[in-house]
Design a binder for this molecule. Structure first.
Ligand code: NAD
Length: 450
C-alpha cells in the first residue's frame, strides 16, 4: 500500500552519497525552496460557488473517515454520494451509516488502491474528503482536483516539498480548492484565544509553542487500522511526522499567510528508544516487527522564525509515555495563554502573578461559532465538538459561497515542517528556509477562520 518508497522523502534524496547525487540533490532543494513558476492565478480569496446541497464523497472509510462521515451526516445540507476504501467491510460500514441517516445508499468503490480514480470521475460530487494513510493523500488530492472537484484532505496534506508544490500548482491550475481538514483550529480554546488575539487582548504576539504529544505506542503496533501503515513512516524519516494539529492554530493566531509567513526553521531530534522498548516488552521475540529499524526520534523539536520576527516551538512525540497535549501556548506583550489545562495571565491583573481560569472570559471572548453551535457540537460531535464545528463551517462556506478558512497555501505551509525538519535534522539542525507557497502574497490581510 505504500507508494514508491524512493519518493517517500525529499530530504533523504537530497543527502547524496556521491558528489553528483549531492549536487543534484542540492539543486533540487534550491528549486523546491525557491518555488515553482506559477502556471495560473492564485487561489487566494477565491470563494466556493454557492451550493444548495453539498454532495460529498469520502475516500478512506477507516476510523477517521467514518468519524468525519458522522459529522457530515449531522449537517442537513450534506448528501453523501459515494464512498471508497480498499477494504469492503469498511466501505460497507460507511454505506450503512449513510442509509441509517435516511439518505440514499452511496455508490461504493472497492477495487484496490486505485479505486478512487473511478470515484472522482462521477458527476454528482462537489467535495471529496480524504482520510487515507499519509502516502495516499497527495495522489488522491490531485486526482480529485484534476477531475474538477474541491477536496479536503486529512493531515498532513503532504510530507515532501515536491508534493506541497504539486497541490498548490494543481489547485491553481484546476481552480479547485484543497482544504486541510485541520480540526484543531476549531477547538473551543483555540477559537477563544483567536478571538482574544484579534481583539488585542494579548497585545503584540511574541512567541507560540505547540505540539502533537500523544502516546501512540499501542496503536502503532496494532494489527489493524493505523498500525497497518503509520509505524512504517517511523522507519522512513527522522522528522516531525505530524506537524499540523499544533501548528495550525498558532499560525492562525499569528496571521501566517495573511500578514506574516514562516521564514525558516531549525530542527533537532532525540534518539529513538520508545518503540524499541515497547515492542521488546509487548511483542513476542520472534515477531518480525522486532527487526524493524526506526529512524524517527522520540522527540522532534523545531523552532520556526516568522518574517515579522515571532518565534514558534513545534514538537512531535508519539512514542513515549505522555498524556495527550498540543501545548497551545501563546505569549503576547499583554498576556500569556497556555493550554492543557487552559490558563491565562494578564499583565498587571488584580491578584498578582497567578494563572486564571479562562472560563471567566467566556462572556467576553467565546467565539461566535461556539456560542451558536456549542451545544450541538458537544452533544453530537467528536473530539469534544471541534469536529462538528469544522464540518459545520465547511458546509457554511460551501452553501453561502465563501472563501474557505484553510486553503491550499495553508495546507502546504503547515505541512512543510515535515520535510523541512527532516532536512534540518540531517544537516545538524541547520536553518532551512520555508518556501513561500503564496508566491509573494503572504503579507495581504485576508480572511481565515472567522
Ligand atoms: N484530524 C484528526 O483528528 C485525525 C484523527 C485520526 C486520523 N487522522 C488522519 O486521518 C487519516 C486516516 O487515519 P485513520 O486513523 O482513519 O486510519 P485507518 O487506518 O483507520 O483508516 C485508513 C483507511 O484508508 C483505507 N485505505 C488505505 N489505502 C487506501 C486507498 N488507496 N484508497 C482508499 N482507501 C484506502 C484503509 O483501508 C482504511 O480503512 C490519516 O491521514 C490520519 O493522520 C486525523
Amino acid at each position: 500500500m505504500l507508494r514508491n518508497a524512493a519518493l517517500a522523502s525529499v530530504g533523504l534524496g537530497l543527502i547524496g552519497t556521491n558528489a553528483n547525487a549531492a549536487e543534484n540533490g542540492a539543486n533540487l532543494l534550491d528549486t523546491l525552496l525557491a518555488g515553482t513558476e506559477p502556471k495560473a492565478q492564485s487561489m487566494i480569496g477565491v470563494p466556493f460557488e454557492k451550493h444548495e446541497k453539498i454532495r460529498i464523497a469520502i475516500i478512506g472509510t477507516g476510523n477517521r473517515g467514518r468519524s468525519v462521515l458522522h459529522e457530515f451526516l449531522n449537517q442537513p445540507e450534506v448528501q453523501i454520494t459515494a464512498v471508497c476504501d480498499v477494504v469492503q467491510e469498511k466501505a460497507d460500514k460507511a454505506k450503512a451509516m449513510v442509509e441509517k441517516a435516511g439518505q440514499k445508499a452511496p455508490a461504493v468503490y472497492v477495487s484496490g488502491d486505485h479505486g478512487f480514480e473511478q470515484l472522482v470521475k462521477r458527476d454528482d460530487i462537489d467535495f471529496v474528503y480524504i482520510a487515507t494513510p499519509w502516502e495516499w493523500h497527495v495522489p488522491q488530492v490531485l486526482a480529485a482536483m484534476n477531475a474538477g472537484k474541491h477536496v479536503g484532505t486529512e493531515v498532513p496534506a503532504a510530507y515532501t516539498l515536491e508534493d506541497c508544490w504539486k497541490i498548490v500548482d494543481t489547485s491553481e491550475r484546476t481552480r479547485r480548492h484543497c482544504m486541510l481538514m485541520e480540526n484543531c483550529c476549531y477547538d473551543y480554546h483555540e477559537l477563544l484565544v483567536l478571538n482574544m488575539v484579534r481583539q488585542g487582548a494579548l497585545g503584540e504576539l511574541i512567541h507560540g509553542a505547540c505540539a502533537y504529544n500523544h502516546d501512540l505506542r499501542g496503536e502503532l503496533f496494532e494489527r489493524k487500522d493505523e498500525g497497518l501503515w503509520r509505524r512504517h513512516h517511523h522507519t522512513l524519516r527522522d522528522s516531525n511526522l505530524y506537524p499540523t494539529h499544533g501548528l495550525g492554530p498558532v499560525a492562525n493566531y499569528m496571521n501566517v499567510n495573511r500578514g506574516d509567513k514562516f521564514d525558516y526553521l531549525v530542527s533537532m531530534s532525540s534518539g529513538h528508544w520508545g518503540l524499541e522498548e515497547y515492542r521488546k516488552a509487548n511483542l513476542s521475540a520472534d515477531d518480525e516487527r522486532q527487526k524493524e529499524f526506526y529512524k524517527t526520534g522520540d522527540y522532534n523539536t523545531s523552532l520556526i522564525k516568522t518574517s515579522k520576527g515571532k518565534s514558534i516551538m513545534l514538537q512531535h512525540s508519539v512514542s513515549s509515555p505522555h498524556p495527550y497535549d498540543r501545548i497551545n501556548f501563546i505569549q503576547g506583550t499583554k498576556a500569556i495563554f497556555r493550554d492543557y489545562p487552559p490558563r491565562i495571565y494578564f499583565d498587571g491583573q488584580t491578584g498578582g502573578e497567578k494563572w486564571q481560569d479562562p472560563a471567566n472570559l467566556k462572556d467576553k471572548y467565546e467565539h461566535d461559532l461556539w456560542r451558536r453551535e456549542g451545544e450541538a457540537a458537544r452533544k453530537l460531535g467528536g473530539h469534544g465538538g471541534m469536529d462538528y464545528i469544522m464540518a459545520y463551517r465547511l458546509v457554511q462556506c460551501m452553501r453561502d459561497g465563501l472563501v474557505p478558512d484553510i486553503d491550499v497555501y495553508d495546507a502546504a505551509a503547515w505541512s512543510a515542517p515535515g520535510p523541512l525538519s527532516e532536512i534540518s535534522v540531517a544537516k545538524g539542525s541547520a536553518p532551512i528556509k520555508f518556501p513561500d507557497f503564496t508566491r509573494g502574497r503572504w503579507s495581504e490581510a485576508r480572511t481565515s477562520v472567522p
